[in-house]
Design a protein around this ligand. Sequence first.
Ligand code: GTR
Length: 430
Amino acid sequence: MHTSKSLILVLILIGSIQSGMVAEQKFEPNYDESKVPDYTLPDPLILSNGDKVIDTKTWNEKRRPEILKLIADQVYGKTPARPGPLRYQVVESSDEALGGNAIRKQVRVFFTPDKAEPKMDLLIYLPKAADKPVPLMIGLNFYGNHTIHSDPEILLSESWMRQNDDKGIVDNRATEKSRGTSASRWSVDLILDRGYGLATAYYGDIDPDFDDGFKNGIHPVFLKDGQEKPAPDEWGSIGAWAYGLSRAMDYFEEDEDINQEQVAVMGHSRLGKSSLWAGAQDERFAITISNDSGCGGAALSMRRFGETVGRINRVFPHWFCDNFNTYNENEDALPVDHHMLIALIAPRPAYVASAVDDRWADPKGEFLSVLHAEPVYKLLGTSGFGATEMPELDQPVMGTLGYHIRTGGHNVTDFDWKAYLDFADEHFGR
Ligand code: GTR
């Protein structure tokens, strides 16, 4: 009796350790700057053989590919190549959208040459008054295209969604009540007034955001015969969301109303992690913007402030590649940190935004990534960043690298969009 009871207890304990419960019960984020440990960031301008990178050629031909491979293998997983041409279907369009001010297009992107699924619906608004082709902002959304504006013509997503009563989600599906519920995060009128187009797609069309062993979404398309799930160095969900952004870019190249040289990719939170990874890999994105992307996005992992690598990997085991678990509570072993992710975007402009109350995302760690990416931007002959200390609240810094920390919490606001549009105007010479 006694032995079998203890055996049960031990089994329960092993079970909860495996499910991460024990570690999670104990997780207390550090919000005390004096408790940030000493750490040494890898130098983006030193090759793995120890040689210094002193010219553009060595950066482009040796160090950039080296860092790209390290981040793919150790953090997000490798992204597979597109399996042949995509197919597009314009499902709906109007030249009289939003009270006659906008052109609306809803374009279905089929991810394979021959199957109906998986597919992603792009919603595109273009300013009617502007000369075409127009510059464009693209960002994925969390609860369907119909949430970004109350426009009743936006197709109501039929995809699986995370349960959320405030967003009118019932049984993991959107309802009419969901329309416009994320409108405050998408300054559609401002973007159009400033002469930019806006495109968005629901991230769950690319890969539904839950840990199902990669049975749904885009991953199964790429599994080899007999392969059950991505290998430890192959992509997770963030890799998939970034891949979806690149497929949207493929479509923009075909649309004569969109200036393919002036596409900025923007994302918030987990989708900011995805926009950074998309902008790092796909050099067609002219500007990359991270809004409050935090741990696994713009923030430095080695600081261990707020959310940490171990915590994010246990709560969201499907976001990164399995190799990233090597660094749970072991950040100093990382051969890369997120300043190098931003450096991969160089010399193209990148903007990182934080919010002062969003300590979980480590605003200072986000700032420091930008600061420590600057030497690469300078080497490549750009203006770099320009700040050496964190700026005052609500005072954007805009070099080739941009940054702000705004009043308020984890969110996307008009203030953020206005800064992104100013930054884009600056770099697109508008
Ligand atoms: C949180 C996660 C963050 C951030 C956020 C979001 O739960 O800890 O890293 O990604 O979700 O995407 O909303």
